[in-house]
Design a protein around this ligand. Sequence first.
Ligand SMILES: *[C@@H]1O[C@H](CO)[C@@H](O)[C@H](O)[C@H]1NC(C)=O
Ligand SMILES: *[C@@H]1O[C@H](CO)[C@@H](O)[C@H](O)[C@H]1NC(C)=O
Ligand SMILES: *[C@@H]1O[C@H](CO)[C@@H](O)[C@H](O)[C@H]1NC(C)=O
Ligand SMILES: *[C@@H]1O[C@H](CO)[C@@H](O)[C@H](O)[C@H]1NC(C)=O
Ligand SMILES: *[C@@H]1O[C@H](CO)[C@@H](O)[C@H](O)[C@H]1NC(C)=O
Length: 365
Amino acid sequence: MCLTFALWGLAGLFLLPLSSSSAVPYNNYRKVTAFPPPHTTGLQIHDPSVIKVNNTYYAYGVGPHINISRATSLDGPWTNIGSLLGNKLSVIEKGDRFMPWAPDVIEFNGTFYCYYSVSTAGCRDSAIGVATSHSPEPGAWIDHGVIVQSGTGKGSDVRPFNSSNTIDASVILVGNSAYLTFGSFWTGIWQVRLNKDLISADWKDPASLDAVQLAYEPRPIDPGGTDPNPLCRDETGAHPVEGSFISYRKPWYYLWFSHGKCCEIDPNKLPDDGEEYSIRVGRSTSPRGPFIDRAGIDLVKGGGTVVYGSNGHVYAPGGQGILRDGDVDILYYHYLNRSVGYAFNDARMGYNFLEYDADGWPVAV
Ligand SMILES: *[C@@H]1O[C@H](CO)[C@@H](O)[C@H](O)[C@H]1NC(C)=O
Ligand SMILES: *[C@@H]1O[C@H](CO)[C@@H](O)[C@H](O)[C@H]1NC(C)=O
Ligand SMILES: *[C@@H]1O[C@H](CO)[C@@H](O)[C@H](O)[C@H]1NC(C)=O
Ligand SMILES: *[C@@H]1O[C@H](CO)[C@@H](O)[C@H](O)[C@H]1NC(C)=O
Ligand SMILES: *[C@@H]1O[C@H](CO)[C@@H](O)[C@H](O)[C@H]1NC(C)=O
């Protein structure tokens, strides 16, 4: 997720400043909301995906060949146990094949599925691929390659891939159906049906994808880019939603996403307050949406209730997921520490337990 902004950081200097008429501010949440401090883990990671197998936690994150770390407590100590793809590049021949982004790992019927992305910072010439294994540990993963792609390659002209950025995958299984939710900037977050094998989508039959748009930020955070490559600019401006994840707690499906700037943050020129990453949510009684925020605004109309944002040392939390641990839901994410640094490698994993208020809205505690 986060890497989308890498180009922006550089390009920002040449762009117009945000117009003062830029409609509704992204948030004034800081005026009304205080966030609790995170539980710290010491784990250096970007875009974590955490699962618990027996009594062991596994964290997958951006890193050469997809980094895998293991711990017996979320608080650590975490040990790096190797990489998911071994020493191999992703079999997908585009983007960052060496260091795939934003893994999402699920387990179904004894098989572990790792959905990952390959892309180039700031561009939507991207793909979502998948690898499978019978173990969450390194060693036995098989890379099956592309499920869907945008920008170039087979199926990239099919809706919704023709207007979106196929990165930041997350998969939810509901009954006999599996849904792949993805997207970053451009037209935001989309969802399509996966085939029963969980490693393919039937893009040759677009109707079978049953695509729905689930979240979008209509208010661009910056004016349109000027990159000569049309896949590396959005003339309508940068629409900063990405990193989606769907959790379920009866009777609601919650769509979580990251909003704002994640990466290449210049400490001498921080984004305006509220323009950095924050963790937002909407909910629906269906995994297919529509997802509505606490104020009643549809996420495709720019809705999204902020559940966690910068506070104290914590800066720009995002890249989140939800882990159901026993009966408890845990919101985990990466964040920067203002007193440590704003570089990519400075990001660490933090987490908060979730409680649900009387109306069923999640609150980080
Ligand atoms: C978890 O426990 C089950 C049952 O003992 C065992 O079959 C399985 O291999 C274990 N998984 C891991 C990753 O250790
Ligand atoms: C992979 O994870 C280990 C353990 O957290 C960390 O030391 C290492 O820097 C990570 N690599 C990357 C590229 O993030
Ligand atoms: C689960 O795995 C077993 C053994 O591989 C297989 O026979 C069965 O069909 C699978 N079940 C489902 C629902 O995929
Ligand atoms: C994407 O494809 C759909 C269906 O063919 C088409 O209606 C739509 O205009 C296309 N969008 C773009 C941005 O090309
Ligand atoms: C941030 O870094 C400071 C200085 O190292 C440390 O004392 C503090 O606990 C850190 N806070 C978090 C949330 O990581």
